[in-house]
Design a protein around this ligand. Structure first.
Ligand SMILES: C[S@@+](CC[C@H](N)C(=O)[O-])C[C@H]1O[C@@H](n2cnc3c(N)ncnc32)[C@H](O)[C@@H]1O
Length: 259
């Protein structure tokens, strides 16, 4: 294994222990956390029908659709995306799902996580046909096997050394017309929040003001960002430099400066 990836992997294993996350968010949790539905503050810009509804829209408008989930954890949401289509009478293979994460999927964690779900649903979800194509890699530099229509990155931006670069790397490779949804932080990190995470989102949106090529559908510096890529934008070369990283009980606290 590439030494850089090996050290990232090692670091993430240690972080999983202190962070005690099960990396098993569902499509509903993705929808709420990524602000694809915003329950408490309805706004006309928010895609209030949820991530599954967004996927359905793309599938109805296109013959096939690609969903790339950055830091996909145990990839439950990706599995549910395909199952959702089948439940709506559509061929699940029309949605090609890709999960990118430095850590491998832990099937035992999935099984443990879904034991309280209706047995039939849980068994169905684990079937091979709902499985995404998984890539063990660094989401900062990942090269997508094919251009995505939907990109998600949930509860993961600030586990990495450059959250802005995750966005730019993915946005460059996404199709024109793609929706990119990213959120701020996991609930555990939220408690440890010192303001720097909100400032990062503010920074991201500041760059957008000068960036043609994206339609901002939703933005809240305390929550997340949803954009539609409307044009191929050549100016996606911004990033941050990590100057300090402290591991705490809740995870990392990062300090960044402009690149
Ligand atoms: C809080 S978990 C979120 C997982 C999933 N999105 C969910 O909501 O269930 C953070 C994930 O980010 C992954 N991760 C952190 N840094 C990464 C990196 N540089 N490249 C790839 N994956 C990374 C970790 O392995 C972990 O699975």
């Amino acid at each position: 294994m590439d030494p850089k990836l090996a050290s990232l992997l090692d670091e993430q294993y240690r972080l999983q222990i202190v962070g005690r996350t099960n990396r098993s968010n569902t499509i509903l949790e993705y929808s709420v956390d990524l602000c694809v539905v915003e329950i408490s503050k309805p706004s006309q810009n928010v895609l209030q029908y949820g991530l599954s509804g967004l996927i359905l829209d793309y599938v109805l408008a296109n013959s096939d659709v690609v969903w790339a989930d950055l830091a996909s954890g145990n990839s439950i949401a990706l599995r549910q995306g395909k199952l959702f289509l089948e439940e709506h009478g559509l061929d699940p293979s029309r949605l090609r799902t890709y999960g990118f994460d430095v850590l491998p999927v832990d099937i035992e964690v999935i099984q443990h996580h879904i034991t309280h779900w209706p047995k039939e649903y849980a068994e169905t979800l684990l079937q091979q046909k709902y499985s995404p194509e998984l890539h063990q890699c660094d989401i900062l530099t990942v090269e997508f096997p094919e251009s995505p229509d939907i990109v998600t990155c949930s509860e993961s931006l600030f586990w990495t050394d450059d959250p802005l670069k995750i966005f730019t790397n993915a946005a460059k490779q996404a199709k024109v017309g793609a929706t990119i949804c990213m959120n701020r932080q996991s609930k555990a990190f939220y408690k440890a929040h010192d303001g720097s995470h909100s400032r990062l989102f503010q920074e991201l949106i500041r760059r957008f003001d000068g960036l043609p090529g994206f339609d901002v559908r939703y933005y809240d510096s305390h929550a997340g960002l949803i954009v539609t890529k409307i044009d191929n934008c050549p100016m996606l070369d911004f990033g941050l430099i990590l100057v300090d990283k402290q591991m705490s009980r809740e995870g990392y606290v990062h300090t960044y400066v402009d690149a």
